[in-house]
Write a protein of this length. Structure first.
Length: 54
């Protein structure tokens, strides 16, 4: 986050299952408007990539 080319970013996103307490002291907080966020989750992408690499 300290890299000079990243200093003008407006928003940082972090996804974690269990490190919330570790990330809060670094400025991360729960989403202010979670109802605005959406995602596409492709749980099989790594398995497919592994299968085609062989």
């Amino acid at each position: 986050m300290a890299h000079p080319e990243l200093q003008n970013l407006r928003r940082w996103s972090l996804v974690t299952r269990d490190a919330h307490a570790l990330c809060r002291p670094h400025g991360f907080a729960a989403l202010a408007n979670p109802e605005r966020h959406m995602e596409i989750s492709d749980l099989g992408i790594y398995l497919r990539a592994e299968a085609t690499a062989v």
